[in-house]
Design a protein around this ligand. Structure first.
Ligand code: SF4
Ligand code: SF4
Length: 307
């Protein structure tokens, strides 16, 4: 039992390949009574590890796309003239490129024949699935769509509702990669961030960028260094940088070929009894549980992001 209030904990990394999925897969294995959320809606790989079995599938609809009803089009060319996005091609009738259309609706407004309709844009799907380690809320944005921030916000809200109805006190979030719009959406209402990094110059750089973001939104952050022993000196530099920022080190995980073996077998690292990495991740999880229990007051994001 984590405490008397629901907590949202996010796991972040600057880019792929730092061990984020292995870490959250292991947390999923170790944590009791939780909801898992995968906010990587563009290229999820958590599902490879958790093998979700969808229980619910829903369309994700956002914005509109313009479409010409060709039998009413008089080929006057007005729509092509007013479209700022070069989405209209004139031929026997006007044709609108679904990919290029931004759904602003200007063409429909000016069409003298009312030949343009604005269809709702079905741009992805979201799911509630069962996994061996608890419910997972996840989503998939169709290729070429650009609403990942909205979809992330949507699945986070769904996860919260599910947590409330299941009386679950922990939401564990696999954060979106990078520092752009989806990751900002995934940080909304989060109580605690765990940032996983690796001891390389680019790892340190990415870490600093994410810590700038968590600082900005006043989200407490903890750092975990993966494969710390492949470059102990850089690990020390990262630890020093964290200390300077008053960011606590949650733990260090050694390089361990067993991690790759577990990935190939689709098993969480912590399912191994002999792996050194599994031992460290268990220690990291124990410390993280204590930190979660110490969170008294929810730290909110600024007004634009709060519920
Ligand atoms: S403005 Fe309307 S009628 Fe004119 S070309 Fe476009 S769709 Fe056809
Ligand atoms: S809705 Fe806007 S972007 Fe799409 S075709 Fe019409 S004017 Fe162009």
């Amino acid at each position: 039992m984590m405490g008397d209030k629901m907590k949202e904990v996010i796991i972040l990394s600057g880019k792929g390949g730092t061990g984020k999925t292995s870490l959250i897969g292991s947390f999923a294995h170790l944590a009791d009574n939780k909801i898992l959320v995968d906010c990587d809606v563009d290229a999820s790989d958590l599902h490879l590890l958790l093998s979700p079995r969808p229980v619910e599938e829903h369309d994700f609809v956002s914005g509109v796309k313009a479409r010409v009803e060709t039998d009413r089009c008089s080929t006057c060319g007005m729509c092509a003239e007013v479209c700022q996005f070069d989405s209209v091609t004139m031929g026997d009738t006007a044709t609108i490129s679904e990919l290029a259309c931004e759904g602003c609706g200007v063409c429909a407004h000016f069409c003298p024949e009312q030949a343009i309709v604005l269809d709702k844009n079905h741009c992805g799907s979201w799911y509630i699935s069962d996994t061996d380690y608890g419910p997972l809320v996840h989503a998939e944005l169709f290729a070429g769509e650009e609403n990942s921030g909205k979809l992330v916000s949507h699945i986070k809200n769904q996860a919260k509702q599910l947590a409330q109805s299941n009386n679950t006190d922990l939401i564990l979030i696999d954060g979106s990669p990078g520092v752009g719009c989806p990751v900002i959406a995934s940080l909304s209402n989060v109580d605690l961030a765990v940032v996983i990094t690796e001891p390389t110059l680019s790892g340190k750089h990415d870490l600093e960028r994410i810590l700038d973001l968590t600082d900005h939104f006043k989200i407490p952050a903890l750092v975990c260094i993966n494969k710390w022993d492949i470059h102990p000196e850089m690990s020390t530099i990262i630890e020093t940088a964290c200390k300077k920022r008053k960011i606590e080190l949650l733990g260090k995980i050694p390089f361990d070929p067993a991690v790759i073996e577990c990935q190939i077998q689709g098993q969480p690292v912590t399912s191994s009894d002999t792996s050194l990495a599994a031992y460290s991740i268990r220690a990291v999880w124990e410390t993280l549980q204590k930190k979660i229990n110490q969170l008294d007051d929810r730290v909110s994001l600024d007004g634009s992001l709060s519920r």
